[in-house]
Design a protein around this ligand. Structure first.
Ligand code: GLU
Length: 288
């Protein structure tokens, strides 16, 4: 039987231009596919209408081209795929695995002694306890998100594991995340739902992304099981750090590719240094 082709993707959110950390991540996914004769896809994760900007999309494509990276097939935009996410959510609704949540951020923050999960305080479950008929009536006029009923969902799915491309099977621990949001108040999906639906729709065989998303994989594995979707293998690459060991992030002043380009940086040199896991000398290491 022929082995299925390797397909990876880079999935930036167009809330700004790419910095060196993104470039490193894009290279990791790109090279993983190319070294195996596979395909490398580009997906723009623009479901956050308040923060995603078309000019950033153009900028991201220009940044990737400047690096010399090419991708296969058309660029996919999540903003054009909302009905697919809605259909996935409908399926979970029909199975009674999600519930509407009317809590504001302030209410959640104020709820005493919320336990913490990998991504911060866990939702205390207030709206899980609402009478379903009353909640249904409130949906029509009150802003709400949709949350996964984690205990129920985890029980429905049973024990799961996901495949780490380097370490082998890893037991999935989605329950640590509590009742995560699957559709936001301002968008008919959330990152977790959209990424799960799209990785399957694009037949991604290996999700190569940063270590910062390692914990999210537990949730994605559960959603795959609930939605009857295949589970790709995962590689979570180390985060690029500067000479002082600090993770490169835009908010901490990581150099943007556009600035490097404007400053006359040589993209080929940049890429070869990044491929060695090194931040090119003089870049990102000299910040206060
Ligand atoms: N859109 C996410 C980000 O920019 C990446 C999603 C993923 O690779 O799963 O952080």
């Amino acid at each position: 039987m022929a082995e299925s082709p390797v397909i990876t993707r880079f999935a930036p959110s167009p809330t700004g231009r790419l910095h060196l950390g993104h470039a490193y991540s894009a290279l990791q996914a790109h090279d993983f596919a190319r070294e195996r004769g596979g395909r490398f896809l580009l997906r723009i994760e623009d479901i956050d209408a308040g923060r995603a900007r078309p000019e950033h999309v153009e900028g991201i494509l220009a940044d990737l081209r400047w690096l010399g990276l090419s991708w296969d097939g058309p660029v996919i935009f999540q903003s054009q795929r909302l009905p697919r996410y809605a259909a996935a959510l409908d399926r979970l609704k029909a199975e009674g695995l999600v519930y509407p949540c009317f809590c504001t951020r302030a209410e959640i923050a104020a709820s005493a002694s919320a336990p913490h999960g990998p991504a911060g305080p866990l939702y205390p479950g207030t709206c899980r306890a609402l009478d379903p008929a009353a909640a249904q009536a409130r949906i029509a006029h009150a802003p709400h998100c949709w949350r996964l009923d984690m205990a129920r969902a985890a029980a429905a799915a049973g024990p799961l594991s996901w495949l780490d491309a380097d370490a082998g099977p890893v037991p999935a621990r989605p329950a640590l995340h509590g009742d995560v949001v699957l559709a936001r108040k301002d968008a008919p999906t959330s990152y977790h739902l959209a990424v799960t639906v799209d990785d399957a729709a694009q037949q991604v065989s290996h999700v190569v992304r940063g270590q910062d998303l390692y914990e999210a994989t537990h949730i994605h594995r559960l959603l795959q099981a609930l939605l009857g979707l295949p589970s790709p293998a995962y590689r979570h690459h180390a985060m690029l750090t500067d000479a002082a060991g600090r993770r490169l992030a835009k908010r901490d002043g990581a150099p943007g590719l556009a600035d490097l380009r404007a400053g006359g940086a040589d993209p080929a040199l940049l890429v070869s240094e990044l491929r060695r896991g090194r931040v090119p000398l003089g870049i990102g290491a000299d910040r206060a």
